[in-house]
Design a protein around this ligand. Structure first.
Ligand SMILES: [Zn+2]
Length: 446
């Protein structure tokens, strides 16, 4: 392991270590191992990246020789030098290079230590007489929310019936065909009730924006809470929506829910595997470049056969709904999407940060800039761990869309982002310098 250099330790360097990603490189995501060792160095704190602990510990190999390991866990672990610990986590997939271990340009500024021979991406560090310290989740993915799934299926079918512009987008275009197939297994009466339900949505809720138009965010939040309850009796939603959903429920449960639930479970397993392997690296990157905090217990992610025209959204009520059926949310696209939707919860803070820079230079903040920053940053974060990933903003031709009520397509922001934000993602300058330069360059776009 000649190339292995491991970041760190405030205690050894006398400097704070902000290399959240340092030990999150190309790690296994299955078959965790548990090692028993003696703590050689430890630094544990709660900072802008949330709680974290870096640990160096010695393990005796089968011949009794000490083998030095380094580890990191996203939790504070009150263990001390000399203490015996049990560390559970994932091995790196191969001999890691410095580049893989320290993907961020800021990190090499820290003097590396070469004393650790092996690294473990820890999920748990347990002291000799402690309860286990378990890494906090980044996402908590739910798959059983029957009412939330029914509501979104009716929502996209209603938009198709109302012929909204976005009902032909890839993430939702297949819904009417899927509905047709399910109708074949229903009675005439069931088909009639289902058609009435879709039409009621087409004239009502389907005309609303899922992210911000009342009552959509409140309805979605209430239905997420209702889970898979047999009835909606106590859900805080209006009587009309309540009645539509209750009437449609047995029909949906019979014709479409089993397939949607199966898709939700498969999506969860696929994304959980990717998040276990890469989540901490991606989270470290985005929280560092934004200078913002992720919630300590992560975000709830609500899977639904269908979501909105984009395949995923993040409401003003903080409810993240992601389609388990859309191609744009599968595999690495899904990994980019879950972080993208979580980052939307920073929108107000990002507007504020942009506004502060705009005032200083007497510029405007176009309404789609926060969204453009998310597209570029979330995809760059995924590309740090999987360089083959094609950013969704390119793959789905998002640049051509008018986003967030902007006066033109997002493509007008592309060159300014390349010139002002990308160098910052690569480690140059500060966030606010990059935002100011970005606004200056956008102001010059004709
Ligand atoms: Zn978005």
């Amino acid at each position: 392991m000649r190339n292995l250099l491991v970041c760190v330790f405030g205690i050894l360097l006398g400097a704070p270590c902000y290399a959240q990603s340092a030990l999150d490189g190309p790690f296994e995501s299955s078959n965790p191992i548990t090692l028993s060792g003696t703590v050689v160095g430890v630094s544990s704190w709660s900072g802008t990246h949330g709680p974290e602990t870096f640990l160096v510990f010695d393990v005796r190999d089968s011949a009794g020789r000490p083998q030095r390991w380094a580890s990191r866990v996203a939790a504070t672990a009150p263990v001390q030098r000399g203490e015996t610990v049990l560390v559970t986590g994932f091995l790196s997939k191969k001999e890691a290079t410095l580049q893989e271990l320290l993907p961020y340009s800021a990190v090499p500024m820290l003097a590396p230590i070469a004393s650790a021979h092996r690294i473990l991406r820890a999920t748990e560090i347990r002291g000799s007489d402690q309860a286990p310290v378990i890494s906090a989740p980044i996402f908590r993915i739910t798959t059983d929310e029957f009412w939330l799934n029914l509501h979104h299926f009716l929502y996209v079918l209603g938009r198709a019936e109302a012929r909204t512009n976005d009902s032909t987008r890839d993430a939702v275009a297949g819904a009417p065909r899927e509905a047709e197939r399910g109708l074949k297994n229903l009675t005439g009466e069931e088909r009639r009730v289902w058609a009435e339900s879709v039409t009621a949505y087409a004239k009502g809720l389907s005309l609303k924006d899922a992210v911000r138009d009342a009552p959509m965010p409140a309805v979605t939040a209430a239905l997420a809470d209702a889970g898979d309850a047999p009835t909606l009796t106590s859900a805080p939603i209006d009587a009309a929506t309540h009645e539509i959903l209750e009437r449609a429920a047995p029909i949906y449960r019979k014709a479409w829910w089993p397939a949607h639930r199966t898709a939700n479970l498969a999506w969860r397993d696929s994304i959980n595997t990717l998040v276990a392997a890469h989540g901490q690296s991606i989270l470290g990157f985005i929280t560092r470049v934004y200078g913002m905090q992720w919630p300590a217990d992560g975000y709830a992610v609500h899977t639904s056969g269908y979501s909105s025209f984009g395949g995923a959204y993040s409401s003003v009520r903080g409810v993240l709904v992601i389609s388990s059926l859309a191609e744009s949310t599968q595999r690495l696209n899904g990994l980019e999407t879950v972080f993208h939707e979580g980052m939307h919860q920073w929108d107000n803070q990002v507007y504020a940060a942009l506004g502060a820079q705009a005032r200083a230079i007497k510029a405007q903040v176009p309404p789609d800039v926060p969204h453009a920053l998310i597209w570029v940053t979330a995809s760059a974060a995924v590309r740090q761990v999987e360089p083959s990933h094609v950013p969704l903003v390119d793959a789905l031709a998002i640049w051509n869309l008018y986003s967030s009520g902007a006066p033109g397509p997002m493509s007008r922001l592309k060159a300014p982002l390349e010139e002002a934000w990308k160098p910052y993602l690569e480690g140059r300058g500060t966030r606010d310098e990059a935002l100011r330069l970005l606004l200056e360059k956008i102001a010059l776009v004709k």
